[in-house]
Design a binder for this molecule. Structure first.
Ligand SMILES: C[S@@+](CC[C@H](N)C(=O)[O-])C[C@H]1O[C@@H](n2cnc3c(N)ncnc32)[C@H](O)[C@@H]1O
Length: 374
């Protein structure tokens, strides 16, 4: 990918050709990437943003899909640039949710940027997502990327802006995916075998909801089968305002303290529209299966993916990130395919791999369940 420097951008004089961009009925845009994107992905931020935009463009949700996406430096700052026929409000509402989006500009002539307001989905204050900090947290911006591309591959893509959508993270840790689901206005279900993580998430959410004075219910209850304790369930029902609560426009987050390979004992089949999960990296966290603690997430995935597949609705999608140092892409793909899922491929999809640190090279796979007849 070429990175070009555009000289003289942000000039104060109007361009002599202010309509140049529209001559062919196509407008040019420059998306400023959030500064945090560079901290998360180092030099891969632009490439990942371009891949994500390409997935949006190919998903069918946009009336005027962007073309010619490129990473460019304008005035010394990195932008994701693209062209599109003038996008309508719904297209802009979609693009506002690109995980690295910070500000969007229409390019006027060669040297002017005209701001285009963006309104990302944000049901709650952003500190719902940014406050939790702990070892093993999946970066929140990457979590949003993973949720976006998974949703866009699923039959729920047309409901991205308005829901209803149920997001399941079957390895949910302390709930980064669940908080992102809340932020988008969706319902969330999590499964986590580490009781400390479940308790920490429940404590955080309770405190946060109280501090924000949001009307809600929250409870932790035992789950029994044949009088035996099989799990604990934390459940909260919340709405972003009193009016929404009164109107019954509530969201539900459920976290099960259980082993994900036994998730069918505690969750109904077809309960999720999308499954979004960041597998243990085999570095700090191992993967627990019945056989014990393993360094490779492949053992866990082999045992868990067939179970997760049953939890997906027809046309649902499973988005997985994992460390390719401990499990090659082809083997992770084989696990998904063996469970009857179709791995999504095409423009953008193979360009989401990136380095996290010395020990972790993270990649993304999204696979969809068949839309069946009955
Ligand atoms: C990479 S972390 C996910 C972190 C999470 N996305 C977050 O931001 O908090 C993977 C999680 O999988 C959990 N895990 C590993 N094996 C499991 C199993 N068999 N059942 C349930 N959870 C498991 C680990 O405890 C860990 O919390």
């Amino acid at each position: 990918m070429s990175t070009t420097e555009t000289a003289g951008a942000f000039g104060s004089r109007p361009s002599p050709f202010p309509q140049a961009a529209t001559i062919f009925g196509v407008l040019r845009y420059a998306l400023l990437l959030a500064p945090s994107a560079n901290r998360v992905y180092a030099d891969a931020a632009g490439r990942l943003a371009r891949a994500e935009l390409t997935v949006f463009a190919g998903s069918g949700v946009l009336d005027a899909p962007p073309v010619d996406a490129a990473v460019e430096r304008i005035g010394g700052v990195e932008y994701l640039t693209f062209a599109a026929p003038e996008p309508g409000p719904r297209d802009l509402a979609h693009l506002a949710n690109l995980s690295a989006a910070y500000a969007l500009f229409e390019r006027v002539g060669d040297d002017l940027l005209r701001p285009v307001p963006l309104h990302p989905l944000a049901r709650y204050d952003s500190d719902l997502i940014t406050i939790p900090k702990y070892t093993g947290k999946t970066n929140e911006q990457f979590t949003r990327l993973l949720l976006n591309v998974t949703l866009l591959a699923s039959a729920s893509a047309p409901r991205m802006l308005d829901g209803p959508v149920v997001v399941l993270d079957p390895l949910c840790g302390r709930g980064t995916t669940l908080n992102q689901a809340l932020m988008y206005g969706y319902d969330g279900i999590g499964v986590e075998h580490d009781g400390k993580d479940v308790d920490a998430y429940a404590a955080f959410l309770r405190t946060w909801l109280r501090r924000k004075r949001l009307k809600h219910t929250a409870e932790m209850v035992p789950v029994r089968r044949d009088r035996k304790l099989v799990a604990r369930r934390f459940e909260t029902v919340v709405a972003p305002s009193r009016d929404a609560h009164r109107a019954g426009a509530t969201q539900r987050v459920t976290v099960l303290h259980a082993d994900t390979t036994r998730a069918r004992e505690v969750l109904r089949p077809r309960c999720a529209d999308v499954i979004v999960t960041d597998a243990p990296y085999g570095v700090a966290h191992g993967s627990r299966t019945d056989a014990g603690l393993s360094r490779s997430p492949l053992d866990l995935l082999t045992a868990a993916v067939p179970v997760w597949r049953e939890l997906l609705r027809p046309g649902g999608a499973l988005g997985l990130s994992w460390n390719t140092h401990v499990a090659p892409r082809a083997e992770a793909e084989a696990v998904l395919t063996a469970a009857g899922l179709r791995v999504v491929d095409g423009p953008g999809w193979r360009d989401l791999a990136h380095r996290v640190d010395q020990a972790i090279e993270r990649d993304v796979l999204v696979a969809v369940a068949p839309e069946e007849n009955g």
